[in-house]
Design a binder for this molecule. Structure first.
Ligand code: BGC
Length: 739
């Protein structure tokens, strides 16, 4: 480190010049002028990597490099082409978050994270703005595809695996959006009003798990308010809970907000303001000079940013190649997509269909597959394999007369879009083409010429808007007619119909699911999607995904619908009351025993599994629960085991059961067994008591239920806890108005 110059600070103080090293953060902080400190907490343009979302600013004098922040979460999002440059910079489009979570396979998610982390590194970026961890409070949230589940444990464990994978490559993550950003409507201003218990147990728990298990480098605060303040201005959230209670030691950055109260953010512990405007720098300087902001508070944020910078590849001077191994990553995305697919129905075991079949492929989305959602979660990938390509590669014969009709329709629709590009622009991704009606005589011919029909239904959604009920959550009239006519025609000819759902979110199935023989939920499966679907349909891969959210009969069955803007449009847009508290998803349905279309944790396989008698016993750290799973069917497959716990009566009122652990077998051959062991701490069993402001695990008799879904419990074991367990917390983030 060389002290080779001096600089005059704004207050006229003389500042020595040092160069940032990994061990001299305090010295550099001392050497910084007020202007430099203000610059470091305000983001700037991502010059080094076109298309990246943002950056921290370079301060050359002190050897502080710019660090580059890029979206996330389904892969790296940068511009694929650059001016005067013949090279391309495509990134791998992985399955969306929901699909990854439905694998329930943390090792696989970690592998996906490693590939994405490698692309972050090799494309010259430092932090991936992912994973998205908000809770699926309503199927109408436009961004659910980026998120994992209605359940915080699944969310936290999958996110932790993803963070570990990405960060193993020497780059950072930004777990987002902290917190309670479960709707897009009025996301910049809405006050998410909820009890302290619901906040702690449902909306913060996943973040807590990810922070404690995987130490993400950064956290992104959300656009919305919670119980009054904006999250980025809430010291109770960003310091008391995140840092003091959970031990987070990285930096917090804003979402891409723009101008808000700079002093409040710094005092709250929001270290970095993105995307960053010069006006914010001036404002911070003025506030320090006028005494409205203590320089010591600014110093805390600056020091944390310096500690972050010294971890980055930019600081290490990493020589990135711009040529990550996209071929190898394509193989991982293909494999992870198949494992996240959920087989919802398979009557008469029509699937797997083998590959010696002639298939009629209906539905425009079959020919224009949706790899991922829109907005900042959309990846600029080199290609998307559609279902047609997937089926053809798998050796199936696709009826070309029908395929040609759809291809012409697609060309027509594409030319219309080219003539009048949608007003919402490139940011909003590729829309699903409108479905086209197919007349019954055409379908009748197909039923004669083919062995089987596939109908793909597609949906697209993303950042900035929530979904709608009619024709989005529900079928459109054309889709309903298509399913009805294809099922009638093919069933008359004694031939099966398979529906493939190519979407990132939940839809209504109750009114039509009786018609087709099989339903495969393919999600938005990334760039290799068509191959992955064909792998499952033909039986090359066994479906082993399970739902990480409830599929309700109706929207109105969900307690959140009473207070979700797109279900109750008349409700206030300024406040979203979480009147349902912790009754989110299966917690509500399993307690109220209200029927659903497909329950949380559900998913079929091509094989069957037996569950042994389980063992639950105390350990020094808490307890372990073990069970042996045996493949009792005729094909190889993997099973997800879900451990639900029911608490003793008399303590806090709790849901009838709650997921407390899960595990997945390796691929088991017929007759093969594997013992799964799940470790739990007493803290894992706790609920939040608002009257004592503590996490409490009551003593008494617990029931441990081992399920193939929340409604399909295969084995139970009692457990007696003799002493209660308590962890005291701070009484913070109280609702600022009546619920
Ligand atoms: C999104 C974030 C994203 C950021 C940068 C925001 O609008 O909410 O998820 O990381 O933009 O693109």
């Amino acid at each position: 480190m060389a002290a080779c110059a001096i600089v005059l600070g704004s207050a006229g103080t003389i500042k020595a010049q040092v160069t940032l090293q990994s061990n001299n953060v305090d010295e550099v902080l001392k050497a910084m002028t007020l202007e430099e400190k203000a610059m470091l907490v305000v983001g700037g343009p991502a010059q080094r990597v076109p298309g990246a979302a943002g950056a921290t600013r370079e301060i050359e004098r002190l050897g502080i490099p710019a660090s580059i922040l890029t979206d996330g979460p389904a892969g790296v999002r940068i511009n694929p082409k650059r001016e005067n440059d013949e090279n391309t910079y495509y990134c791998t489009g992985f399955p969306v978050g929901t699909a990854l979570a439905c694998t329930w396979n943390t090792a696989l998610v970690e592998d996906v994270g490693k590939c994405i982390g490698n692309e972050v590194l090799e494309y010259g970026c430092d932090v991936l703005l992912a994973p998205g961890m908000n809770i699926h409070r309503s199927p109408l949230c436009g961004r659910n595809f980026e998120y994992y589940s209605e359940d915080p444990l699944v969310t936290g464990k999958i996110a932790a695996a993803y963070v570990r994978g990405v960060q193993s490559q020497g780059v950072g993550t930004s777990v987002k959006h902290f917190a309670a950003n479960s709707q897009e409507t009025n996301r910049m201003n809405v006050n998410e009003l909820m009890s302290q218990r619901a906040l702690r147990e449902i909306y913060l728990k996943g973040f807590e798990i990810a922070v404690r298990d995987a130490a993400p480098w950064t956290v992104m605060s959300s656009y919305n308010r919670i119980n009054g303040p904006f999250t980025q201005e809430s010291r109770e959230l960003l310091t008391t809970i995140l840092r003091d209670e959970w031990g987070f030691d990285g930096i917090v950055m804003t979402d891409w907000t723009g101008l808000r109260n700079t002093a409040a953010q710094i005092q709250a512990g929001n270290d970095l303001m993105e995307p960053g405007e010069d006006a914010q720098i001036k404002d911070i300087i003025n506030k320090v000079q006028s005494g409205a902001l203590a320089e010591a508070d600014l110093d805390i944020c600056v020091k944390r940013i310096l500690q972050y910078i010294v971890k980055t590849p930019a600081f290490r001077g990493y020589k990135y190649s711009n040529t990550p191994d996209l071929k190898a990553h394509a193989e991982v995305t293909r494999r992870s997509a198949t494992e996240g697919m959920v087989l919802l129905k398979n009557e008469g075991a029509v699937l797997p269909m083998g590959n010696a079949k002639t298939v009629s492929v209906f539905g425009i989305t079959s020919y224009d597959f949706v790899a991922g959602g829109s907005g900042s979660g959309d990846v600029n990938k080199a290609y998307t394999i559609d279902l047609m390509q997937g089926l053809t590669e798998a050796g199936l014969k696709v009826n070309s007369k029908l395929a040609n009709v759809y291809q012409s329709y697609k060309a027509y629709q594409t030319s219309l879009t080219a003539a009048a590009p949608p007003r919402r622009g490139w940011f909003w991704g590729k829309a699903v083409l409108p479905e086209v009606a197919v007349s019954r005589p055409v379908i009748d011919v197909q039923a004669q010429e083919s062995d089987l029909a596939i109908i793909t239904l597609g949906r697209q959604a993303g950042e900035g808007t929530d979904r709608h009920e009619d024709g989005d959550f529900t079928l459109t009239e054309i889709e309903r007619q298509l399913i009805t006519d294809v099922c009638n025609a093919f069933h008359l000819a004694n031939k099966p119909v398979v529906v493939v759902l190519n979407m990132g979110n939940v839809m209504e199935t109750t009114s039509w699911k009786a018609m087709p023989d099989a339903i495969l939920l393919a999600w938005q499966p990334g760039q290799e999607g068509g191959y992955s679907v064909a792998d499952v349909l033909t039986g090359k891969a066994d479906p082993s995904g399970k739902l990480t959210m409830t599929w309700p009969n109706n929207l109105i069955d969900l307690p959140s619908s009473a207070n979700f803007p797109n279900v109750r449009p008349a409700a206030s847009r300024d406040v979203t009351k979480h009147a349902e508290g912790i009754d989110v998803g299966y917690r509500y349905f399993c307690t109220s025993k209200k029927p659903v279309s497909y329950p949380f944790g559900f998913g079929l396989s091509y094989t069957t599994f037996a569950y042994s008698k389980p063992v639950v016993k105390a350990t020094k750290e808490g307890l372990t629960a073990s069970i042996t799973i045996t493949n009792t069917g005729l094909r190889a497959g993997k099973e997800v085991v879900e451990l639900y716990v029911s608490a003793p009566a008399g303590g806090l009122v709790k849901p009838a059961c709650e997921l407390k652990a899960f595990a997945k077998t390796r691929e088991l051959q017929p007759k093969e067994s594997q013992t799964l062991t799940m470790n739990l701490s007493l803290y894992d069993l706790a609920s939040y008591n608002e009257s004592t402001q503590a996490w409490e695990t009551a003593s008494g008799k617990y029931t441990f239920s081992f399920g193939a879904s929340v409604e399909d419990i295969r084995a139970t074991a009692p457990y007696h806890l003799s002493k209660p367990y308590t962890v005291k917390c701070h009484d913070v983030m109280k609702p600022n108005m009546p619920l």
